[in-house]
Design a protein around this ligand. Structure first.
Ligand code: NAD
Length: 487
């Protein structure tokens, strides 16, 4: 049993001031696996004070000092890779194969920022103006439970490269993974106060951090409703925000696609991370003339999915993270049936033969109209909708007919046509014929999927403020105020 009762502030672990307890439940067995003593507002205040103290020195560190720190962080995560993987499998329910690469992804995020920092342009000249990029200030990073190591590391790498101390507010539903990851951060030996971690409730610790006057940058990954509330509150002080929010990604299956391959790809894109992924392709758009054959192929592919204990190597789909998620997903499946969609695979309840754990049947609905609730709202579970179109223009129209715009996928043989469809879809990323991740390319959403971009140089720029310092030549005489044209 894990008892997690510490926050990480000013370079040291200390007992939380908060007293509220949260039982940690193993999603595979529904058995208790520990308790988190959640941080409170006072812990949040201490974390901000610690980061603020660190800002004046850390923001002036040399490129080399920051590169050394980023490399040390990468190494510290790599060393604990197997512990981190074990926690993901048990606490989150991620199947072995899908859990294994997560620590590496985090280690690479730090490494990648270290490399980019080597020649990152913090200053450039425009005629007589030097445009300087300076650290934005104390940064608060709030992250969800579905991709903890990646979310923390990608934000932190950008902030530390830019010269900003950080306060991490991880989800209360990833307490064990967070504890281990924080131990890695500690092992890297950052100067005191540069990295702080406080785990607790969003409406308590999260709210205290995002409304704090000494916080100059908020980078939030989570649901769209919470993102909107953070942006509203941030407006009071013009605190800079980056919001990585929900999605309802379309997967456009082109008319010329090989249907068996396309069905297999659409399922793996839709069911990635047990269906709990912001980038999952949850609306599968299929040409009307092909839909019957496509659904047959979906059935065949789905028969190869193995739900079960994520610790077993043959398992390809684990449980949902907690009871709340399980009930939410079951509710959407019920709603889909009520609204007239037809279940092609799956449905309500647990997979056959399973009587405990937050397992849900991988489910695909056909005869879905894009106006139905299951096609409009983010379900965040393994529930997919098949929607038909008659031509490319209609496919694009349906793809864009959503409040979200995070990710999209196009699958088909004619690559020129695929690129043309991709060019017309309003999403921060569009992947053609694969679930590709390019860590140097920008990641972020259009419309209600968010604002701002992460990864690569974009993640560093995201933590900088631009300032123009005028006057390169010393032979200029001082200009009188009366000579300056009103702008
Ligand atoms: P959530 O919005 O409920 O919580 C996310 C984080 O915000 C948690 O740490 C939570 O404690 C905190 N929080 C909650 N209320 C808060 C408040 N009032 N003030 C400050 N912080 C608060 O989301 P979740 O259920 O943890 O995660 C799932 C959501 O995250 C999905 O919508 C998914 O699409 C989204 N997500 C987006 C991306 C992306 O990159 N766009 C990546 C992963 C997950």
């Amino acid at each position: 049993m894990h008892r997690i009762d510490q926050v990480y502030i000013n370079g040291a672990f200390c007992t939380t001031h908060g007293r509220e307890e949260l039982a940690l439940i193993n999603p595979t067995t529904e058995e208790p696996m520990g308790v988190l003593i959640m941080a409170d507002e006072e812990d949040a205040q201490k974390a901000v004070a610690s980061a603020k103290r660190a800002f004046s020195t850390y923001s002036r560190t040399s490129r080399k000092e920051r590169i050394d720190l980023l490399n040390a962080l990468s190494e510290a995560v790599r060393v604990r890779s197997s512990d981190l993987t074990e926690a993901t499998i048990i606490e989150y329910g991620g199947p072995v194969e899908q859990a294994r690469w997560r620590a590496d992804l985090a280690a690479n995020n730090f490494l990648s920022a270290a490399k980019l920092l080597d020649d990152f342009p913090f200053s450039r000249w425009i005629n007589d103006a030097e445009v300087v990029a300076q650290a934005a200030g104390v940064a608060v990073h709030i992250v969800p439970w579905n991709s903890l190591y990646n979310s923390i590391s990608v934000k932190m790498a950008g902030a530390l490269a830019a010269g900003c101390p950080v306060i991490i507010k991880p989800s209360e539903y990833s307490a064990w993974q967070n504890q281990l990851f924080t131990e890695c951060l500690h092992a890297a030996g950052a100067p005191a106060g540069v990295i702080n971690v406080v785990a607790g409730r969003g409406d308590v610790v999260g709210a205290a951090l995002t409304t704090h006057p000494d916080v100059r940058k908020i980078s939030f990954t989570g649901s769209t409703p919470v993102g909107k509330s953070i942006m509203r509150a941030a407006a009071d002080r013009m605190t800079r925000v980056t919001l990585e929010l929900g999605g309802k990604a379309p997967t456009v299956i082109m008319e010329d696609a090989d249907l068996e391959e396309a069905a297999a790809a659409a399922l793996s894109i839709g069911f990635t991370n047990n269906g709990q992924a912001c980038i999952a392709g949850t609306r599968i758009l299929v040409h009307k003339s092909k839909v019957r054959d496509f659904c047959d192929s979906i059935k065949l592919s789905a028969s190869k999915i193995v739900p079960g204990d994520p610790q077993k190597p043959q398992t390809t789909m684990g449980p949902l993270v907690n009871r709340k998620q399980f009930d939410r997903v079951q509710g959407y499946i019920r709603r889909g049936v009520q609204e007239g969609a037809r279940i092609r695979i799956g449905g309500e309840g647990r997979p056959e033969g399973m009587h405990r754990g937050f397992f849900t049947k991988p489910t695909v609905f056909a005869d879905v109209a894009n106006t139905m609730t299951i096609a409009r709202e983010e379900i965040f579970g393994p529930v997919l909708c098949v929607i038909t179109y008659e031509n490319d223009a209609e496919a694009i129209e349906i793809a864009n007919d959503t409040p979200f715009g995070l990710h999209a996928y196009v699958i088909g043989k004619n690559l020129d046509r695929a690129r043309d469809i991709a060019a017309h879809i309003d999403a921060g990323r569009v992947a053609i014929n694969a679930m590709i991740h390019e860590p140097l390319a920008p990641f972020g959403g259009m419309k209600e999927s968010g604002i701002g971009r992460e990864y690569g140089t974009y993640g560093i720029e995201d933590h900088l403020e631009l300032k123009a310092i005028m006057g390169r030549k010393c032979d200029h005489r001082p200009v009188r105020a009366s000579e300056i044209k009103a702008g």
